[in-house]
Design a protein around this ligand. Sequence first.
Ligand code: FUB
Length: 371
Amino acid sequence: MPVKRVSRRVAIAALPVALAAGYATAQTVAAPKPAAKAEQLSPDGKRYLAQPLVTEIYAADPSAHVFNGKIYVYPSHDVDAGIPDDDLGNQYAMHDYRILSMDRVGGPVTIHPVAIDVKDIPWASKQTWAPDAAYKNGTYYLYMPARDKQGVFRVGVATSKSPTGPFKAEPEAIRGSYSIDPAVFTDADGSSYMYFGGIWGGQLQRWATGTYDPNGGDTDLKQDDKPALSPKVAKLTADMKQFAEAPRDVQIVDAAGKPILGGDHDRRFFEASWLFKRGGKYYFTYSTGDTHFLAYGIGDTPYGPFRYTGRIMSPVQGWTTHHSIVAFKNRWYLFYHDTQLTNKNHLRSAKVTELFFNPDGTIRPIDPFVK
Ligand code: FUB
């Protein structure tokens, strides 16, 4: 999640003072109130559709799940390490995870204490990026991408008896894991699958040949007339801690069944995989990265192929766009982030809005700004 081709960088606002603080205990904060009129406008004069879930910390890449009748959001915990923007994403210098929970959308949100810090992840060195979580047989699993000691992104797992941690990390990253943005989906038969990958700062292009090539930085840029680099999927072992198979390509195809090409930046996969099931169909959703769309394809199995179907959300404020989609009390919700509070690409706030489907199962696209 680098900053090449930044097209919408905007002025820097003052940071809320409370944001630097960590909390030793959980903190419940009031439901987001409508901000003052001036605050509701983006730097280019647009009015935000939703307000940040919390303003006490920065929370990005929100992976939402329903556990025990509540919504738990597993975000990246954005911090400002004072690192200037670069193409490798070093400015995204997160080092721990804080979990959010709520009894209802629009109600108070609890910010839980640090669930795990990078210093307690034996294999990791830095950059705890977009996580996801899962539950099985009384245990909660936190899936965490981070750079290993050699600087290569891997995905590891940590466990807890509580959805909010503290989590204990496995000593090693998941064998055969690489790149970023894990999303774990559990099907009705109890099988769980991890979707992952992200190009550019997420290093997926360095794995194009199947092994890590530290000089493989431009692979995706040579793909214009070839199938785009694919996100990956692997079934998880019964204990949820390893891949049960070698990762496979997630195929995203056009209406004719042909792979989306690398040059098709409006539709090709960049990062931020998510998968949900509705009406017997599997929806693979993702970010197109440099074109800033949340997009989706629909398939008949968890492995795909997924036929590109359209956009979920048009560009938010900020360079990155990332999301999750969850059903709760007979409604569907899109969790996403933007940079409303800071105008800095690496200091983001999680938001939520309701998601609606058309009778044919397609998604009604969302504009993050109110007209
Ligand atoms: O938060 C760091 C990275 O930014 C994530 O891994 C990407 O999906 C992007 O949101």
